[in-house]
Write a protein that binds this ligand. Structure first.
Ligand code: PLP
Length: 349
């Protein structure tokens, strides 16, 4: 058997990512849009006539133009790629030298350490405070080359205070990435500030509110000099033509995003109250999911729910989220199914 010593030393401890076996379960474990496929993207796909023999545009200029119009910025403020995960990779590839310290908060998105170490950086994880807000001094202390934070945060659901993010941007000499994968659900965004802070990168995705995770589209927004550096590093043509075309259609249908966000705003208090009634301790959410501390063992809850056909995500063995689970906020119907199945599991326990 080949030894892991063959691997690049910085990747030797890597494990495979979440890859559950599926048997038609209701998916409340990945925070995609519960209203189903993005309708404008699906329509674009249906009417598709494509010359398969031609390359897509090198840097997806069509999608960058559509995004520039949406945010009243310029094409060269945007880098688009295959999921925001590609833009995470490009960010660290562009700015991290071998051994550079990169800071992310705990708890937050589990793939940050992977992307940092994949690109030779050293991950430094800094605890959020009691309210899951940023500890600004502790984040700044390692004098990191790159700092990254998701707002709204995954898995806790809350946004970070804008004044804390601004202070970090002002006090660091490094790059600050604000990952707004769930930004459509939040009241504030840093996108309009990219020309003000020349060390700011904001990431967004089409996988969540836009309801097209299958197409793998994400984008970064930054001041033009940082965006140019990232564009030079990114693999040319990495976004395929079909994904670009469907994303352009989706950007032009903002009514769907508004409808999706208002459904979540309506259902959030309903699901939160339902979970509390069942004995969960819930945490404040500015997103389309809720993190909650389970009244029964987290692993038993998640596996029994899966047997009953509902999937949620288990964070219960991790520090700071002990016995916690995270569920996507469903439609009223889905939330009722979830609450009913949870009640049954608790009874069985
Ligand atoms: C905080 C955060 N950032 C980035 C991503 C990656 O999204 P994408 O599907 O665009 O690669 C996710 C997906 O779960 C996420 O939760």
């Amino acid at each position: 058997m080949a030894s892991r010593d063959l691997m690049r030393s910085t990747t030797r401890n890597f494990e495979k990512y979440y890859n559950p076996e599926l048997h038609g379960e209701i998916r409340l474990d990945t925070n995609t849009n519960v209203l189903g496929s993005n309708p404008a993207a699906a329509a674009a796909l249906k009417n598709l006539e494509l010359d398969l023999n031609g390359y897509p545009n090198t840097y997806s200029d069509g999608l960058r133009d559509a995004l520039a119009e949406l945010y009243d910025l310029e094409r060269d403020n945007f880098i688009v790629g295959s999921g925001s995960d590609e833009l995470l990779d490009v960010s660290f590839k562009t700015f991290t030298e071998w051994g550079d310290s990169c800071v992310s908060p705990v708890p937050s998105y589990s793939l940050y350490n992977y992307f940092i170490e994949l690109n030779g950086g050293k991950s430094i994880n800094v605890d959020l405070d009691e309210d899951f807000q940023l500890d600004v001094d502790a984040m700044l202390a390692p004098k990191a080359k790159v700092m990254i934070m998701p707002s709204p945060n995954n898995p806790t659901g809350n946004t970070f205070r804008s004044k804390d993010i601004e202070e970090i941007l002002e006090r660091t000499e490094g790059i600050v990435i604000v990952d707004e994968a769930y930004g459509e659900y939040a009241k504030e965004s840093m996108i309009s500030r990219v020309n003000e802070f020349d060390n700011l990168i904001v990431l967004r995705t089409f996988s969540k509110a836009y309801a097209m995770a299958a197409m793998r589209v994400g984008y970064a927004v930054a001041g033009k000099s940082v965006a140019d550096m990232m564009t030079c590093v990114k693999i040319p043509y990495s976004l395929n033509a079909i994904s670009e075309l469907t994303a352009i259609a989706a950007v032009k249908d903002q009514d769907f995003i508004k409808r999706s966000v208002s459904m979540v705003n309506e259902q959030r208090p309903y699901l939160d109250a339902g979970l509390r009634k069942l004995g969960f301790e819930t945490y404040h959410s500015d997103s389309n999911f809720i993190m909650a501390r389970s009244p029964v063992d987290h692993a038993v809850l998640v596996s029994k729910l899966k047997e009953k056909g509902v999937m949620i995500r288990d964070f219960g063995s991790k520090r700071r989220t002990e016995n916690c689970v995270r569920t996507t906020i469903g439609t009223r119907e889905l939330n009722d199914i979830l609450l009913e199945e949870i009640a049954e599991v608790i009874d069985e326990c």
